[in-house]
Design a protein around this ligand. Structure first.
Ligand code: CMC
Length: 428
């Protein structure tokens, strides 16, 4: 079949014939790499219509509410697989056999401890430091500990760093929490599952036995699964961009953590809960909905809207179910949940939100679940970062394994002064 081309004409004059590339699903893309030769660049701040890479990891159709990892639909994964199975799938491309799965769990379990000196890093933080600040710093510091993983040209070393990161993120995250509340760090326990182990490191204390609730562990695992990857979002693109310069994996993941922290991205779960607390009671819901619609007010309904999903967020559908299950099983009656449900109802019925296709996203429900299972609000984004680490490192590994990779280097539309005469300081 002849290759399709897009013809670019300016003022009626044909400037360039650009190849059109087709992936296995989703929109075709116009290959504009040669456009600079014709004296033009494209302008797309916020990457509204720009594909920055080829990837075989995650597919999203925002219009239809489809999310698939390596071709497996997210609701099947959330309901039939556990988080470590999903990690294996993201990293390796296919669902593992039982033997492969057991081996993988064994590898991750055996990498959960961190070097004692890494634990000393926490002493440099003030106890009221935000745990995301600690996570950024300590994850970056991992580069100074695991020298045997730093040859990014070697696929074996890349995979080893991926395993280390997936294994150690819960340990470091729980340490950030323990440090902030003045409790001793709790070491990982190898007989526990990934989710159980995180809860154990978060909530157990040396003075007494801690028994992990199966309901809570299941909910935690589902939260991890639903946050594992989301193709080229801001933090993943940040990791790719950092990695494109040849930076080491730990530095790249630290960059991802930083990018995730903002309230428009991973910080939305924390911001959503703070918003629910700010609204406080049912009678104030309308006031806040009105503020969200008022263009002179910068207030937005946190946990609503998504750049890609314009019908519903498939992660939110599963998370909503989990949210109700967890609250019922734990017998929790929280007035904030009533506020959340009222907000959800108003937003789903209000023409402003319908027209702009603003639906509750994954972070709307995950914040409520995390609160119900006792995770402190300032740890919400840390939980997201832990879960997303596998996505970040899978994309980083995919990029480095592809031939002909170039450093990421966008162009700009320069709008500043030019050719000014410089007058020395003593003459100005
Ligand atoms: N509340 C009120 N209005 C909103 C909201 C909101 N949450 N989100 C978007 N809008 C309006 C916005 O004012 C704009 O209106 P207009 O066209 O009249 O100027 C229109 O909807 C489009 O918004 P946008 O900011 O241009 O859309 P975007 O695709 O650039 O941003 C978003 C997507 C997620 C950053 C945005 O919807 C938002 O800020 N939501 C709240 C934060 C949030 O929940 N983020 C978590 C996303 S899911 C987790 C993740 O994957 O990171």
């Amino acid at each position: 079949m002849a290759e399709s081309k897009a013809t670019l004409s300016i003022d009626g004059i044909v400037v360039a014939d650009l190849p059109i590339l087709s992936g296995s699903a989703g929109n075709d893309v116009i290959d504009i790499r040669t456009l600079g030769n014709y004296g033009y660049f494209t302008y797309d701040p916020g990457f509204l219509a720009t594909a920055s890479c080829e990837s075989a990891i995650t597919y999203i159709d925002g219009g239809k509410g489809i999310l698939q990892h390596r071709g497996y639909p997210i609701d099947s994964l959330a309901k039939q697989a556990n988080y470590l199975e999903v990690c294996y799938i993201l990293l390796n491309g296919d669902a593992p056999t039982m033997t492969q799965y057991d081996e993988f769990v064994d590898i991750i379990t055996n990498h959960t401890m961190v070097h004692e000196k890494l634990a000393h890093f926490f002493q440099g933080f003030l106890p009221d430091a935000h745990p995301m600040a600690m996570l950024c710093g300590v994850v970056g510091a991992m580069s100074s500990f695991y020298h045997s993983d730093l040859d990014i040209e070697d696929p074996v070393q890349r995979m080893r760093s991926a395993h280390r990161l997936i294994a150690k993120m819960p340990t470091i995250s729980a340490m950030a929490y323990k440090y902030s509340i003045g409790q001793p760090f709790v070491y990982p326990r190898n007989e526990l599952s990934y989710a159980e182990n995180f809860l154990h490191m978060m909530f157990s204390v040396p003075a007494e036995e801690y028994v992990v609730s199966p309901t809570v562990a299941r909910a935690m695992d589902r939260i991890f699964t639903l946050h594992a990857d989301h193709e080229q979002n801001a933090s993943t693109s940040t990791v790719r961009l950092a990695g494109s310069s040849g930076a080491n994996p730990y530095a790249c993941i630290a960059a991802g953590v930083a990018s995730l922290w903002g309230p428009a991205h991973g910080g939305a779960n924390e911001a959503c809960l703070k918003m629910l607390e700010q609204i406080g009671t049912l009678d104030r819901v309308d006031e806040f909905v009105a503020r969200a619609k008022d263009k002179s007010d910068s207030f937005r309904l946190m946990g609503f809207g998504h750049r890609v999903y314009k019908n519903f967020d498939p992660r939110a559908t599963v998370m909503r179910e989990t949210c109700h299950e967890v609250l019922k099983e734990l017998g929790i009656k929280d007035p904030l949940l009533d506020v959340a449900m009222a907000l959800e109802k108003v937003a789903l019925e209000d023409p402003y939100f319908i027209e702009k296709k603003l639906y509750p996203n994954v972070d709307f429900y995950s914040g409520i679940i995390l609160k119900a299972i006792g995770i402190p609000t300032n740890m919400f984004t840390v939980v997201f970062a832990m879960s997303r680490t596998v996505g970040w490192i899978s994309h980083w590994d995919e990029m480095l394994g592809q031939a002909g990779q170039k450093i990421g280097r966008p162009r700009q539309n320069y709008i500043g002064e030019i050719d000014r005469e410089f007058i020395p300081l003593n003459k100005r």
